[in-house]
Design a protein around this ligand. Sequence first.
Ligand code: ACM
Ligand code: ZN
Length: 766
Amino acid sequence: MAVFALLACAMTKTVPKESHAMNIIPRPVSIESLDGQFVFKAMTSISFSGEIQNTQFFKEFLGTLIPDITEGNTGTADINIELSPEKDIPSEGYEMQVSSKGITISAISEPGIFYAIQSLRQMLPSSIEGQAVSLKGQHLKAVLIKDQPRFKWRGMHLDVSRHFFPAEFIKRYIDMIALHKMNIFHWHLSDDNGWRLEIKQYPKLTEICAWRVDREHEDWRKWSPIQEGEASTYGGFYTQEEVREIVDYAAQRQITIIPEIEMPGHSSEIFAAYPELSCTGEVFPVRPGSYWPNENIFCAGNDSVFVFLENIIDEVSELFPAEYIHIGGDEAKKTHWKTCPKCQKRLTSEGLADEHELQSWFIQKMEKYILAKGKRIIGWDEILEGGLAPEATVMSWRGEAGGISAAKAGHDVVMTPTSHVYFDYYQGDPKTEPQAIGGYLPLKKVYSYEPIPFELDKSEHKYVLGAQANLWTEFVKTTDHAEYMVLPRMSALAEVLWSTRENRDWDNFQKRLQTLIPRFDALDWNYSHGSFLLEILPGLQHDESIEVEINSEQSDRDIRFTLDGTDPTSNSDIYTEKLILKQDSKVRAAIFGDQQQLGRVIQRDFAFHKALQAETSYALKYHKSYQGGGKSGLVDGILGSDNFKDGTWQGFEGNDLELTIDLGELRMVFKTEMNFLQSSDAWIFMPEYLEVSLSRNGEEWQVIGSSMSEVSERAEGTTIQRLTVDFTPTETRYIKVLAKNRGICPEWHAGAGEKSWIFCDEVIVR
Ligand code: ACM
Ligand code: ZN
C-alpha cells in the first residue's frame, strides 16, 4: 500500500489522476512498478505479430483511443501486440509491459489482447473517450502487468420483453460489458410481455406477439384491462439482420451472446397469436404488466408445441454461435397441466410421477434436440425440479441452493442469486430512488459477493463457471434508467468475477471507482452516484460499552452525527472512527458534501442499562421470522425503529413474551422499561398487560409491579409505546417479564380470530 500511495503522489504532476495502472477496474492480478515512463509522440506506431484474426478491429479500437496511430515495424513500434501461443500466459490472460521504449502486449489468444487493450484504455485519461484528442506528450508510468480472470462466465443479462430496448442500445450495453472485461451477454428475448426476435417461420411472433397496449403511464403491477378495440402500440423486436450485426459486434469485443427462449412458462405472449399451443387454447392479447401466478404455459401434451419450439431453435441456433441456448424454465405454474387431458395423457404414457417430472421431461426433450444441434442448454434453477436434464447447466437465481445441488451432482452452474446480483433491486434509499421492483442491493453488497458457495468442496469448485447480474425491466422503461441500474454495480461485479479474492478490497475499489466514473461521464453513460443511505452497525459490547460503526458508500464525503436525537447539521461532529457509547444515546447521522446534507438522516437509539448481555431464558420462543437479535436481542441495548422489520424487534405470534433475565449476581434495581410496537394492519398489537417479578434465587418469585398500554387497539399506523414498571429499589438477581398477548385479533379486525402478535425491542433494567 505504501508503494501505491507514493506512486499516486508522484504521478499527479504529469498525468491526470485517473490515468494510472493502479486504478484499473477490475483490479489486475499483479502490477509491478518499473523505472521510467513512456511518452507519447505526435504519432504512435503500432505493430502486430502472430496469427491475429482481429487485427483490423484492434487497430480501429485503439485508433478511437489513440487517434494519431500508424503501422509500425514488429518489435520496434511504440505499441507492439504479439499473439504467441507458446508463451506461459493463461488463456484469457495477458501481459503488458510499459517502458520508455514503448508498450508491449502479449497473449496466447485474442481475448487476452482485447483485455490488455481495455487495461491500456483505463490507463489513459478519460478525455480520450468518445473524442479524438491527441496524446502527444502524455506520460505512462512504466509497469509490468500480469493479468487473467478468476472466472470464465462473467455475465450481464438484460430483459428486453418487459420493456423493449432498441438495437443501438444493445450495442451500447455491450460496450459497457466490454470495458469491464466481462464476456457474456444473456439476452432475455422472450417473456409474457413481448416476443422480441424475428423468426422467419413464424411471422406472427413479431407481427402480434411483440406488441401490447401502452400502459407506460401506470404502475407495472396494475396493468388496467385492455379496452375493447384498443390497439397494441407498445413493443418492438430485433430483425435477424440486426441480431447478426449485434452478435458480430459482441464477438469482436470477446462477448458471447446467450439467447433466452422461455419455456414452458413465461411464454403467454406467444398464445396471443398461437393459442392452440397452450393447454386452454384461450385467446388473449399480450399483457402490459405482470400477473401471478404464471399459469398460461405451453401444453406439454401437445406434439405441435415441440414442432414449434424446435423450428424456433433451428433459427436461434443459426443466429447465435454460442455454445449455449437458455431455455428459461422458471416459474412455470402447473395448474393447467393438472387438469389438461393431453398433459395427463403424456404423464401416463411417459410413466411420470407428477407435473414436476412432466416439466423435467419437457426440458429433457428440448435438451435432446439442442444437443443434436451441437449446443447445450442452460436454464433457471427450477429445471432441477423433477430431475435435471443430463447435460444441463443451471443458473441459480433463487439463492444459492440450486447452484449447490447442481454442482454437487456434477453439473456446471452460473450463480445469479437475487440477494447479490439482481440489479433490478434498489441500490439506494427507496425513498429517494426511482421505483424499483423491491429489495435492497447497494454497491457494497454486490462487491461483497463470493460466487463459490462455501458449502461446496474444493473438488466441486470447478463446476461454478462464474456469475451474472440480471436486469429485469418491469420498472425500467428507458435506456437511461437501464444504464443507471447497472452502473456502477457492474463495475463491482466485474471485479468479483475477474480479480483474485486477495486483491478485492472495498476501500481500494471505491477509490479506483472515483477514477472510472469520469470515463462514464466522457462516454455519456448514465450511472448511479451510489447510495447516500448510511448503515448504523451496533458492535459488540465489552467493558460496559456499546460500539457503533457508521458505514457509507460515499468514501469522499463526510458523515456528520449527533448523539442527542437532534438532526445533524453541517456543523455537527464528523464521524471518523467507531463510536463508543456509555450511556443512553440517540444516534442521528447523515452524509454531507459541500456543507449540504445529501441523504436522509439515519437514526438508531441505544439504551444503556444493567441487563446488557445478561443471560436470558424464554418460556416460549420468539418467532423465527422476527428474532430481533435472537437470545440476547432483548438485552443488547439496541432499540427498534418504527419499521418492525428492522431486525431489532422480536415478535411473538399468538403466545406471550415470558422472559427470565439472570443478572449473574445480586444487583440493586428499581425500574424496568420495555418498548412495544403496534401496527394493527400487520396484526401486531400492544400486550394486554406487562407484569414484572423479581427473585433472588430463581425459585421464589415476587410480582413487583405491572403496567398497561393506553394505545387504542384501533390506532392507525405504527405506534411505539414504552411500558415502565417502577418499584422501590430492590436487590435481585433474576427478573421475569410477562407481556400478555391478547391471543387473537379483535372482532372488528381483518384478521378477526387469527393469531395476534406482540413486538418488543428491549428489556431495559435500571
Ligand atoms: C427469474 O428471476 N424469474 C429467473
Ligand atoms: Zn396441456
